[in-house]
Write a protein that binds this ligand. Structure first.
Ligand code: NAD
Length: 490
């Protein structure tokens, strides 16, 4: 398949070097992705700028109609898109279907915003004066997305940007350009006016940097690693751009001594090993009360042995491959570090290199116990199927351990005690807290994002996403016929 950029309503061929797109399940080449340059970014940004004023003048309910159309197209192509997603990214088909559903939900939800986009009307302190606030678009939104949720995250960003009257330049990840290309085809099919959405494929260091530097792009919405996020923030900050960052996590499940152990084990397995541990909200630490540690470890080990690994297109498999060879090596490096730090490796810990796994990138589900909170494996994001189990003696200690990392994305607690649950949700310092469920499973109509090193205070999803793509304008209408001075003539 020939992947092309989409600029100003046209498919644009890119000359020059291309990069192979590989199926991580079996190493087969699926396509080649073009490596665009600052030239294509410039074309896209200028097209987006040209289109923006007219787009902002389209009434929001009419802009929303395009999103409804996008939702219907996504719905119609759900199976086809999910299959492609599994081939390109590796997550098992059931999860890929869930991810496409998330994009569908987001399209419907943000389409609904076309008839809301609420501002405020408030009484003025002066008579015969009207006061209100309205949302206005930021302008051209530059969207940079990762490979682990390539269609869901693009929808979290592009749909609120569009419905609020921004035009968009989108750079998808080079690991997952095919699903992005299919989504772009839908944007084309629904007849969005030329320049309203532009898609430029290529490397982050060239295309991403050129987007941040481009004077016509006012906001950068980025999801990815902390390492890249800090570069985006630095460059964007220097140029006084609005920058929204959604970064990594080191998420924990806390299991208290009164928890339903079977439910907790199920929650840990799903949130730690789903998507082969490559979700930003994946459970990477299990903080367990000492009185039930032995039972949790025993049940986890039993269930981990049953996990079936392999190509995600085969419904018998529960865990697919990780994204590429360097991800395998990174996970393996952390396992070696864990052993050197003195943690006990109880399950897994190896790259699967024998047939039928030898052509793909598979890592065994891995369990470390005797992990201390300060260890590197308990502090850094591994982004693979690895759990570090930490023993604690009280709720207070569990919360201290949970909060003792630089990240603040998601946390979870299993308990049956209402006081424990409410105390925990109050004290856990993450942007997302789950009670009696694992650390994953966000719904699109609530804010999504994290505190501390997970970002810079913005949120994807829910009403909060509207704040990223709009500026507030406060409007005062004085119909008294005389000059009234606020704070003075009262
Ligand atoms: P990454 O940082 O390597 O890449 C993300 C995107 O940034 C890609 O499109 C990449 O090409 C681009 N990029 C790379 N260098 C760039 C630069 N210098 N300037 C601008 N753009 C650049 O991340 P990844 O490996 O694709 O994704 C995994 C990471 O994303 C994990 O850390 C995960 O936790 C995080 N993530 C966070 C969330 C969240 O909402 N908090 C959601 C999903 C993933």
């Amino acid at each position: 398949m020939q992947i092309q950029n989409y600029i100003d309503g046209q498919w644009v061929e890119v000359e020059g070097k291309k990069l192979a797109v590989i199926n991580p399940a079996n190493g087969q080449q699926l396509a080649q992705v073009p490596l665009s340059t600052a030239v294509e970014v410039d074309m896209a940004a200028k097209a987006a700028k040209r289109a923006q004023k007219a787009w902002a003048n389209v009434p929001a309910p009419k802009r929303a109609d395009y999103l409804y159309e996008i939702a219907f197209h996504l719905k119609q192509k759900k199976e086809q898109l999910a299959t492609l997603l599994t081939k390109e990214m590796g997550k098992v088909l059931e999860e890929a279907l869930g991810e496409v559903q998330e994009a569908i939900d987001m399209a419907f939800y943000m389409a609904g915003e076309g008839r809301r986009l609420f501002g405020e009307t408030v009484p003025s302190e002066l008579s015969h004066k009207f006061a209100m606030s309205v949302r206005t678009p930021v302008g051209v939104a530059g969207i940079i997305t990762p490979w682990n949720f390539p269609i869901a995250i693009a929808s979290w960003k592009a749909f609120p940007a569009l419905v609020t009257g921004n035009t968009v330049v989108w750079k998808p990840s080079n690991e997952t350009p095919l699903i992005a290309y299919e989504m772009t085809k839908i944007f084309n099919e629904v007849g969005l006016p030329a320049g309203v959405i532009n898609v430029v494929f290529g490397a982050g260091s060239t295309v991403g940097t050129a987007m941040i530097e481009h004077p016509d792009i006012q906001i950068i919405s980025f999801t990815g690693s902390n390492e890249t996020g800090s570069k985006v923030a630095e460059l964007g900050g220097k140029l006084l751009k609005k920058v929204s960052l959604e970064l990594g996590g080191k998420n924990a499940v806390i299991v208290m001594d009164d928890a339903d152990i079977e439910l907790a084990v199920e929650g840990i397995l799903w949130s730690a090993f789903g998507t082969a541990g490559q979700r930003c909200t994946a459970c990477s630490r299990v903080i367990v009360h000492k009185d039930i540690k032995e039972s949790i470890v025993a049940r986890l080990r039993e269930e981990m042995k049953k996990l079936t690994i392999g190509n995600g297109l085969d419904s018998a498999n529960k865990i697919g491959p990780v994204i590429n060879k360097s991800a395998l090596e990174k996970i393996n490096k952390y396992v070696q570090i864990g052993k050197q730090e003195g943690a006990t490796l109880l399950e897994g810990g190896h790259i699967l290199s024998e047939p039928p796994f030898d052509q793909g990138y598979y890592f065994e589900p891995t369990l470390f116990v005797d992990v201390e909170p300060h260890m590197i494996i308990a502090q850094e994001e591994i982004f693979g199927p690895v759990i570090s189990l930490i023993e604690v003696s009280s709720l207070e200690e569990a919360i201290e351990v949970n909060n003792g990392v630089v990240f603040g994305l998601s946390s979870s607690i299993f308990s049956k005690d209402v006081n424990t649950i409410f105390k925990a949700q109050h004290l856990l310092d993450t942007g997302i807290v789950y009670v009696n469920a694992g650390t994953t499973g966000a719904e699109i109509h609530l804010p999504f994002g994290g505190t501390k090193g997970t970002g810079n205070g913005h949120r994807d999803s829910g009403q909060a996403a509207l704040d990223v793509y709009t500026e507030w304008k406060s409007v005062y209408v004085d119909y008294s016929g005389k000059l009234q001075r606020a704070q003075i003539d009262v």
